[in-house]
Design a protein around this ligand. Structure first.
Ligand SMILES: [Zn+2]
Length: 310
């Protein structure tokens, strides 16, 4: 029985996974993340999903993307705000359960790797992948190498402070990009607007039914929803323009749940880049959405195994 590799993408809402042999995907699976439960429950679920995907075949190795700050050398998740995790020995726990080597990396950096291996960033040396969903993260590639930082935490673009007097962020600061352009930020803004604008279609649904996907759908016909989307994407555009000026990438790929809203969301981002970027940077950068959508994380997790095992 030839062994399989397992790629897992742990998100705040779902855990997605796939079993693969070489480039061939043998099975895919998706379960809900029990984000309110302790880390042990979530790691249990990950191990069960991995075994289910392997379907009785031996597991050669596991690649895992996690939404938090990690120490990949020690295999520890130092902090994951959206899961309430602190100093969780992820690698040790999973290796014990699955009896196979486990490699971990931040989820945005893993998705960037997926985009590099199989998506629009193929062949690019200088590119930035930004994922916009429950949180906002990135993987920044310079000269073909991931920018890691001194403690593996480079790329936390969601916590760039855009408005120091803005709303409180999960990190404790105020006015981070995440408080202005993430899916929860769009949801919050829409629920607030619905209460003050009885003519908006947003006011005709129960507040708990409003989520970012509903706001994007409503924006096609509703002025208030369109303004909320425009504001969030403009903040994202301002952040991207700053990153483009600093890092001079040839490509910026936007992934994550919010990118599934489609190419229209690129317009306010492109306007911000046109207005705010320096001439050389502006004329040589392409802004696009991910071709892999929400599969970039699993593709990257499988690639992480290849990178580690060669
Ligand atoms: Zn923050």
């Amino acid at each position: 029985m030839e062994p399989v590799n397992i790629g897992i993408d742990l998100g705040g809402t779902n855990i997605q996974g796939a079993a693969a042999r070489g480039d061939e995907i043998l099975s895919r699976g998706k379960i809900a993340t029990r984000a309110k439960e302790p880390a042990t429950a979530v790691l249990d679920d990950i191990a069960k999903l991995a075994l289910e995907l392997a379907a009785g075949l031996p597991i050669a190795a596991v690649g895992l993307g996690l939404p938090g700050l990690l120490d990949p050398e020690k295999g520890i998740c130092l902090i994951a705000e959206n899961l309430g995790w602190q100093d969780v020995p992820v690698t040790e726990v999973l290796q014990e359960k699955l009896q196979a080597p486990v490699f971990i990396e931040n989820d945005a950096r893993v998705a960037a790797l997926g985009e590099l291996a199989q998506g629009k960033a193929r062949g690019c040396k200088d590119f930035i992948y930004i994922t916009v969903g429950t949180g906002i993260g990135s993987g920044i590639y310079i000269d073909g190498k991931l920018l890691r930082g001194s403690r593996w935490c480079a790329g936390e673009v969601g916590h760039m402070v855009m408005d120091p007097r803005g709303e409180e962020c999960t990190c404790g600061n105020r006015g981070c990009l995440e408080t202005l352009a993430s899916a929860p930020a769009i949801t919050r803004a829409a629920r607030k607007a619905a209460a003050y604008n009885p003519e908006s279609v947003l006011a005709f649904v129960r507040p708990e039914q409003i989520d970012a996907a509903a706001v994007f759908r409503a924006a096609i016909i509703d002025k208030i929803a369109a303004e909320i989307v425009d504001s969030a994407m403009t903040w994202l555009g301002i952040a991207i323009a700053n990153l483009v000026n600093v890092f001079n990438p040839e490509l910026v790929v936007i992934g994550g749940g919010v990118s599934l809203a489609g190419e229209e969301l690129l317009q306010p981002i492109q306007i911000a880049v046109d207005n705010l970027c320096l001439r050389v940077q502006k004329n040589t950068v392409t802004i696009t959405t991910s071709a892999l959508g929400d599969r970039a994380g699993v593709a990257g997790a499988l690639e992480l195994i290849r990178q580690n095992l060669g």
